[in-house]
Design a protein around this ligand. Structure first.
Ligand code: ZN
Length: 667
């Protein structure tokens, strides 16, 4: 599971980051912007200080991470590589005026294709609309492209015909989602055929079920037989997978146990395509909590398949952020105290809290479905039986959230939406720490806290489960952030950190998060609903004492917190109630809370927020370029690995397409 955010300032769950040595502070954080996208760079603090063998390990794993880019392009849509390569050929060879409207529009389109790893928007899944003319493009193809792997008319239709391959992922109830989705996980088969094919495979009694279909494309062969084309060495995508394996084997040579065996298990899986081997690898991987360097490499997340079975290729390389980990260690060490003092009915408190762990990591390379758009947190593996028997690894990526925060500074967001100078000053000073701690408390303790009453199974709250669960975890974090205990155990310098977080949270929940929602629509997403629920509930309950107040100034609406102590008490009261609802499975009370406070947006306010946000010109989506790494050798021996910051989006994309591209255009 991947945790993602939007780059909406102050709407970010994790907005900032602390400390971080800054070697390249003078470089800009935002290095490109186009359409609804901004491209940032991230830094890799602490890399230089790593021991040589870890640097070399990161280098080899990073090389492996760059090898799978073409796989994702092809998975997203059968003709993506053809389109990308055609555009790149024209772009690189073009001899005309580069300021000309058509060329500029094609450049923008190409930037979007690189960003989305294909011709469909990475988030909305809709096909991009070119802003250059078909006639102009057709002439450039004739002039600059020597060989097309498909008919030219088909290429033109793919780019210009609005109806053809219109969406990458169609999950509308009642349609044949396989036929109506442009992604390349199935060909020549209907949704019913896919479902039957896999239903016949599954052994429903197996307590350790295999994730059938995870690493293959399902097609109908020439004889009309339905078969899988497996992604492995010797199978589909072999040319790219061989390269991945080559670099993984190099990595295994320098890795220490248990990591050596883990990498070898992954190599074996890539060679055989055997999903049991993938499970074996995951069990080993999740058990390794000691290696400082860690990685993800493989067919991991199934968000891109309408049926949620096929996994897209992704990769990351990272190492532990020991400074930030100290923070989560303090929290873990005090876990029982937090549980024993939670403002909930003692009957619903956990008697014994165990297994609290969360790592903060620094990412060193992003690839496949984590590039350029990347999650800020990862929780793997995905197989339920492994999670149940062996647990999962949960990480937050600090250098990415740090870069988001840096890029958001000075974009005018807080000035526009936050009325009081004192609140803005507290955010500037403590915003990052408050955000990080709230996330830590939410993740490490909040979700794991509390227990169900005897006889309650969970699941009683049905479609309101996630919203109420997120509210429970958020409330746990908010309540404790303002506890003097936080100062006592050295997590915060003063309760100003809580004040900064409270003001930001209420503003986001009642107002600024609506900037992400289309006018006329309700709040649907669970995290967003939870924030609105908490903020609105506290507003209403504290109304008689003016705890939270709407202020109108110069025709603009602002929401301000007047009494932080009283607000904290309200967080505690709501936590008491939400915990009761969960522990007793009180569906009706849960439904009412969500429907009354979390769903409907006042249309006047919504319109105002959208207008004010729109004027700031902040792109809603962000992604990153990677740094580069170079081996330093002396007398045939590796003596160091050099980190080279990169700040040119186009250059990186063209470089990857030239040097890290191994697949044919049609696979
Ligand atoms: Zn959560």
């Amino acid at each position: 599971m991947a945790i993602t955010i939007f780059s909406l300032s102050s709407c970010n769950k994790k907005q900032c980051a602390e400390q971080q040595p800054q070697a390249t502070e003078s470089l800009p954080w935002i290095i490109d912007r186009f359409d609804d996208i901004k491209v940032l760079r991230y830094e890799v603090p602490g890399f230089e200080q790593l021991p040589l063998n870890q640097k070399v390990l990161i280098y080899y794993l990073s090389q492996a991470t760059k090898c799978g880019r073409d796989i994702l392009f092809d998975q997203n849509f059968k003709y993506n590589l053809t389109v990308r390569r055609t555009l790149e050929q024209i772009y690189s060879a073009y001899e005309g005026d580069k300021q000309e409207t058509n060329f500029k529009a094609m450049e923008k389109y190409l930037k979007k294709v690189w960003f989305a790893n294909g011709i469909h928007h990475h988030y909305s899944n809709d096909k991009f609309r070119p802003e250059f003319s078909q006639e102009w493009f057709s002439a450039q193809v004739d002039k600059y492209v020597k060989e097309l792997p498909i008919e030219k008319q088909l290429l033109l239709d793919i780019i210009f015909d609005k109806e053809l391959f219109a969406v990458r992922l169609n999950q509308t109830d009642g349609v044949d989602m396989v036929k109506e989705s442009a992604c390349n996980y199935y060909e020549g088969v209907t949704m019913a055929e896919v479902e039957k094919f896999y239903a016949d495979m599954v052994d429903s009694k197996d307590p350790r079920p295999i994730s059938y279909g995870l690493n293959s494309k399902l097609i109908k062969d020439n004889d009309g037989k339905i078969v899988e084309r497996t992604w492995k060495v010797g199978g589909m995508y072999s040319a790219a997978i061989e390269q991945i394996v080559f670099w993984l084997e190099k990595a295994a040579q320098v890795a220490e146990e248990p990591q050596k065996s883990i990498i070898n298990a992954l190599v074996n899986y890539y060679r055989t395509g055997d999903l049991r081997e993938f499970d074996r690898y995951n069990v080993l991987w999740v058990g390794d909590n000691t290696s400082n360097v860690d990685f993800v490499n493989g067919f991991i997340e199934d968000y891109g398949d309408p049926l949620g079975r096929k996994a897209s290729w992704e990769g990351t390389v990272n190492f532990m952020d020991s400074t930030a980990c100290r923070r989560t260690q303090i929290i873990a060490a005090n876990a029982q105290w937090f549980e024993d003092n939670a403002p909930i009915n003692p009957a619903f408190r956990k008697k014994e809290v165990k297994g609290v762990s969360a790592k903060v990591i620094t990412v060193a390379m992003l690839g496949g479905d984590c590039y350029p758009a990347t999650p800020i947190g990862i929780n793997l593996p995905n197989a339920d039986w492994i999670r149940k028997e062996y647990g999962s690894k949960s990480v937050t990526i600090d250098n990415i959230t740090y870069a988001y925060d840096k890029a958001a500074q000075g974009n005018g967001f807080n000035e526009e939406f936050m009325l009081r100078e004192e609140d803005r000053a507290r955010i500037a000073e403590h915003g990052k720490l408050g955000d990080d701690l709230h996330t830590d408390l939410h993740e490490c303790l909040g979700h794991g806290s509390g227990q169900l009453a005897p006889g309650v199974k969970g699941g009683e709250l049905k479609s309101y489960t996630s919203t109420l669960e997120e509210a429970r975890a958020d409330l746990f974090g908010l309540y404790y952030l303002g506890d003097p205990k936080m100062v006592e155990i050295g997590l915060i310098p003063s309760l100003d950190v809580a004040k900064a977080q409270y003001a930001d949270y209420i503003m986001n929940g009642m107002m600024t998060q609506f900037a992400r929602i289309e006018l006329g629509k309700n709040v649907e997403e669970a995290h967003m609903r939870n924030r609105k629920l908490i903020a609105e509930w506290c507003y209403e309950k504290g109304k008689k004492d003016n705890v939270i107040e709407w202020v109108k100034q110069d025709g603009k609406s602002y929401i301000v917190v007047n009494d932080f102590e009283a607000l904290r008490k309200l967080f505690g009261e709501l936590l008491f109630e939400v915990q009761r609802i969960k522990s007793t499975g009180d569906y009706e009370a849960g439904r009412k809370l969500v429907e009354d406070y979390a769903v409907k947006i006042d249309p006047e306010l919504h319109k105002e927020v959208l207008e004010r946000y729109g004027k700031l010109g902040i792109e809603p989506y962000s992604g990153f370029v990677n740094p580069d790494y170079e081996l330093v050798e002396q007398d045939g021996k590796i003596v160091d690995v050099k980190l080279i910051p990169k700040t040119d989006y186009i250059e990186q994309m063209l470089h990857y397409s030239a040097e890290w591209s191994f697949l044919p255009s049609i696979n």
